[in-house]
Design a protein around this ligand. Structure first.
Ligand SMILES: Cc1cc2nc3c(=O)[nH]c(=O)nc-3n(C[C@H](O)[C@H](O)[C@H](O)COP(=O)(O)O)c2cc1C
Length: 332
């Protein structure tokens, strides 16, 4: 596979510093989108909000993903994160979860009258451009992460929407090429990543169902003009995926990965970079994906899901390899 830009997807409860550190141990990726940050909560200074502002271990690769249903809190939140720095600010315009849509956030921005979304982008762009924190350096990039739109979306509608975004100062688009109600089972339509890449004068990144070299190569063949690939779930189950894609086929010389060590180091980081109140649930979420490589994955997932604490999760995870030692090392 030819080298291309590789991005970690924003994933609520997963795309935090402990995961980024885990990925960095394998050489990292080019951009780390944060989990979505709820703009109204951030600006009112909720108890946990400062945890969402962590930028390690690569502050220069951070892309802040903001979510909200109104322009004002999003613009204020943009001002706050622009003060911290990073690579860019992304507005979540693709999330279809009912609680997000109810707020007028996520994919609602693709479905509202286009002038409302244009006004939001204009406001955020002007906040970013007006940020003088780093005098002389270029302002943060503004990007959006979108889907195809509603289930009856049209090419004309998608192009009108994305051209509007470009006109309002968006300089990167990530397309998760599924419609509003299409679930993960539905094959993502990478041909639309190609279509936008051909039509827009800015980088277009594709996202969806990349699990290894084969699927990445197929995506790149379907969208040869795209600027890169964003990976979500596989970056949790296989934090070495970016290195695998960069290095190409290692079949001749696979590396032996110590899954016990990787999982344990992740837990160590989780204790440091997340608040105590989140340790258990975030460990559970991580291991629900990371267990994928194990023979008795479902057995372990259930045990971890029922664990009363993060320290118990550590014990359960480690004990698994006493029971099934042949699972400890994984060749990739
Ligand atoms: C647990 C989970 C949380 C997610 N949270 C977000 C989010 O905060 N913002 C967002 O734009 N997309 C979110 N997504 C969607 C992912 O960014 C990505 O578009 C989707 O998982 C498809 O990519 P993948 O097949 O590589 O996982 C989430 C996905 C998952 C599985």
């Amino acid at each position: 596979m030819s080298p291309t830009r590789l991005l970690l997807a924003p994933m609520a409860t997963l795309s935090h510093e402990a995961l980024r550190r885990t990925i960095e141990r394998f050489g990292g990726c080019d951009e780390y989108y944060t989990e979505m940050i709820h703009a109204p909560s951030l600006i009112t200074g909720g108890k946990f909000e400062h945890w969402y502002l962590k930028t390690g271990p690569c502050p220069e690769k951070i892309v802040w993903q903001l979510t909200g249903g109104e322009p004002e809190p999003i613009a204020k939140a943009a001002e706050m994160v622009a003060d911290i720095g990073g690579l860019g600010i992304d507005i979540n315009m693709g999330c279809c979860a009912p609680e997000i849509r109810k707020q007028g956030a996520g994919i609602s921005w693709m479905l509202k009258p286009i002038a409302e979304t244009a006004a939001l982008l204009r406001e955020v762009r002007s906040v970013i451009d007006g940020n003088t924190r780093l005098a002389g350096s270029s302002p943060l990039r503004l990007s959006i992460k979108i889907r195809l739109g509603s289930d009856d979306f049209t090419e004309e509608g998608l192009l009108t929407f994305t051209r509007m975004a470009v006109d309002e100062g968006v300089t990167q688009i990530v397309l998760h090429p599924r419609t509003k109600s299409e679930k993960f089972r539905r094959t993502p339509r990478w041909e639309w990543v190609q279509r936008l890449s051909e039509e827009l004068p800015i980088p277009v990144i594709g996202n969806g169902n990349i699990t290894g070299i084969t699927s990445a190569s197929a995506a790149m063949s379907a969208a040869p003009d795209s600027a890169g690939i964003m990976i979500g779930r596989t970056a949790v189950s296989s934090p070495w995926i970016f290195r695998e894609l960069k290095n190409g086929d290692r079949e001749q010389n696979p590396e032996r990965l110590d899954l016990l060590e990787i999982g344990t180091q992740f837990l160590d980081d989780l204790m440091v970079y997340q608040p105590q109140e989140f340790h258990k649930t975030r460990a559970q979420r991580f291991f629900s994906f990371f267990c994928d490589h194990l023979t008795y994955a479902q057995y372990l997932r259930v045990k971890i899901a029922n664990a009363p604490s993060a320290s118990e999760i550590r014990t359960i995870f480690s004990a698994y390899f006493d029971e099934v030692p042949e699972n400890r090392f994984y060749s990739a």
